[in-house]
Every structure is written in structure tokens, then in C-alpha cells.
Design a binder for this molecule. Structure first.
Ligand code: PEP
Ligand code: MN
Length: 358
């Protein structure tokens, strides 16, 4: 696709100062819960109110959202607090309803972004729509699928586009509900520097205590905004209660954020340090290519002696030794393991190539 040119998603009266904040409950539950939460948020300076009206739930029978009735409550929020409103859409019918009731910003959920048919249906329904649309990452860590969704909407003429990083589904839920895998949004930013990027610390963390540190991390990675779940009485929330914070706590979290300067303020010493990083990266690539050369020689040896490429005990020896060594230098063991696995995979690929040469 040709280069995409995006238009600003900022609505009148919303400051472009980082972070742009969208806050509100996971789900609209009752008119009273929506109005109470909205008023508390508006009093604390929040300008954009979120609430899920149609909820994609993992298992049937869980609370699946109040449906179109809740859209009238969002209209009330807009009228009585002056905040803009945002909700999730997953079908053409949701789009039509949300537009009919004047919702200002629509977002597409992670479980929808995975499905190109669903995205195309939404894109068709949005044809000519001038509202800002935010696209959450797909649940699986596939950047192309995320970009595909952006492209489908862009082709339908939507120009006010942004993305939301909400983490990726993983079997390891020790720390995060959805693992952040920051390298994926970072790569997206590299490819589309002008695409506004929000972080959703609520769905990444899955716990209240993680909202602040994940928000800070996203600010340090130069995200433009945050979408945070906030409920007037989180313990009684009908969905995602463990990760919702009261408007008071939200205010506290936002005030504690340290917003550091972006790219434009590059100082001389930073330039100097970056030069060092570039040189070190050059050396790394050179070293890796030397390692691959040796590995190919081993491949030739294995071929001549009719040995199989993968020697499991040797591989575990390399892994264990290097991980321990890395940890001594303050490098995270899991990170070292990933690097070694990637290097090993490439070595094996190159040796197999040799094996298949005549
Ligand atoms: C939500 O924002 O409440 C939601 C359902 O999020 P996700 O699509 O990230 O699961
Ligand atoms: Mn939620």
C-alpha cells in the first residue's frame, strides 16, 4: 500500500500534551454507575469518557454488556459533563448504533482485530466516517495483522486513526494479564511515526497495582495517550473488577507520571552516546556473522561425518552457561535466552542449508 497520511485525532478542547487520557469503566452497567463515574472523572479533568456497551467475553453467560440502551447514558454523559465519549464496536450494527447516538470516538477490540472479515465489515460500515477510530492490537503478537486492520480502515477513507497497545495473550500470566511485548508497538511506531499510540495499562496488567508502572513505562516509550479503566466502585464492577481504579486513584496515578522529553530535544551528549551504540551494534553484527561462519563450518563437518544437525546436549550447555554469565552482568536471563534461541535457530537454518547442498 502507498504511504498512509493520517489526520489528527484530537477533538476540539482536548490538549495534545502527553498523555491524552481516555478513562471510564470497562462496562456501562447502570445509568447511575455511568453518571456517577463520569461526573467524578470530569471533576478531575478527564476529557474523554470510555465505557463498553457490547462486551466480548471469553465465556458465554458472563455479563455481555447492556447494549444500545447504554448509548443513551453516554449521550447524557456528554450533555451533563461536556466530556467526549468512546466505546468499542465489533460489528456493522454497533457502528451504526454508536454513530446514531453521537459517540465521538470508536475503538476496535483486540478480539476483533484478529479477524480480517470482521475488520472489513467495520471498515465498510465506517466508509466516509469522520470520527477518530482507535484500533487495539490483535490478541496474538502479529504486527502484520494489526497493520492490516489499519490499512483496511484507511482504504475505507478513515483518516483519523490511532492504535491502542493492550498487550498480547500468553499462557504465562505470572505478572501480566496480557504480556506487553513492547518491541511490537515500538516497531509499529518505527513504521508509522505519525500514528497516535495509546497504551491500555488496565488490560496489560490485569491488576490495579500495575496501572501506574505500566503507564509510566509507556510514557517513557513516547506513547501519546493512555486508556485506563476507572469505576466509581471497582470492587463491585460487573467486568474486569481487579484492574479498575477509582477516579481518585486515577487522578493520583496521572499526577505521579513523569513525562520526559521526546526526540526533538536531542542533546549533544545523547548524540555521543548514540554514536557509541551504533558502533557497538556494528560490532555485534560483525561478531554474529563470524559466529555464523564457524557454524557453517561445523555444518560441513557434520555433513561429512553423517551427524545430525541438532545436538541437544550441546545446545543446553550453550544456553545454561551463557544465561548464568549474562545474569552476572545484570542482563535478564529470560532476555538472554531469547537472544540465544534466535541465534541458535539461525545457525541451525544455515547448517540445514549446507546439508541440502549437493
Ligand atoms: C475493553 O477495553 O474493555 C476490552 C474488552 O478490551 P480488549 O479488546 O483489549 O480485550
Ligand atoms: Mn475491560
Amino acid at each position: 500500500m502507498d504511504k498512509m497520511e493520517f489526520e489528527s485525532i484530537l477533538l476540539p478542547g482536548v490538549d495534545d500534551k502527553r498523555p491524552i487520557v481516555i478513562a471510564g469503566p470497562c462496562s456501562a452497567e447502570t445509568e447511575e454507575q455511568v453518571m456517577t463515574t463520569a461526573k467524578q472523572l470530569a471533576d478531575r479533568g478527564i476529557k474523554i469518557f470510555r465505557a463498553g456497551i457490547w462486551k466480548p467475553r471469553t465465556r458465554p453467560g458472563a455479563f455481555e454488556g447492556v447494549g444500545s440502551e447504554g448509548l443513551r447514558w453516554l449521550q447524557r454523559v456528554k450533555k451533563e459533563t461536556g466530556m467526549y465519549t468512546a466505546t468499542e464496536v465489533a460489528t456493522a450494527k454497533h457502528v451504526a448504533e454508536a454513530i446514531k447516538y453521537g459517540v465521538d470516538i470508536l475503538w476496535i477490540g483486540a478480539r476483533t482485530t484478529v479477524n480480517p472479515f470482521a475488520i472489513q465489515e467495520i471498515a465498510d460500515a465506517l466508509e466516509g466516517c469522520d470520527k477518530p477510530i482507535l484500533i487495539k492490537n490483535p490478541v496474538n503478537p502479529d504486527i502484520e495483522l494489526w497493520i492490516g486492520a489499519i490499512e483496511r480502515l484507511y482504504k475505507a477513507g478513515v483518516r483519523k486513526l490511532g492504535v491502542i497497545h493492550r498487550g498480547f495473550s500468553s499462557s504465562d500470566k505470572k505478572i501480566y494479564r496480557n504480556s506487553p511485548q513492547w518491541h511490537i508497538p515500538i516497531e509499529l511506531r518505527r513504521r508509522f511515526p505519525n500514528l497516535p499510540m495509546f497504551c491500555d495499562p488496565s488490560h496489560i496488567g490485569g491488576k490495579r497495582e500495575l496501572v501506574a508502572p505500566i503507564s509510566q513505562q509507556s510514557m517513557d516509550l513516547n506513547f501519546d495517550g493512555l486508556i485506563i479503566e476507572s469505576h466509581c466502585d471497582p470492587d463491585c464492577a460487573w467486568s474486569d473488577k481487579d484492574q479498575q481504579v477509582t477516579p481518585d486513584i486515577l487522578d493520583y496515578i496521572l499526577n505521579l507520571l513523569v513525562i520526559r522529553e521526546g526526540e526533538t530535544q536531542t542533546t549533544e551528549s545523547l548524540g555521543e552516546l548514540r554514536k557509541q551504540i551504533d558502533e557497538l551494534d556494528d560490532q555485534l553484527v560483525e561478531l554474529l556473522s563470524k559466529r555464523m561462519r564457524v557454524s557453517r563450518e561445523i555444518g560441513t563437518f557434520k555433513k561429512e561425518h553423517n551427524m545430525q544437525v541438532l545436538q541437544a546436549s550441546r545446545y543446553s550447555q550453550i544456553l545454561e552457561g551463557r544465561i548464568q554469565q549474562a545474569e552476572k552482568f545484570g542482563i535478564d536471563g529470560d532476555c538472554m535466552q531469547k537472544i540465544l534461541e534466535a541465534i541458535h535457530e539461525e545457525s541451525v537454518r544455515q547448517q540445514i542449508e549446507i546439508l541440502n547442498q549437493n
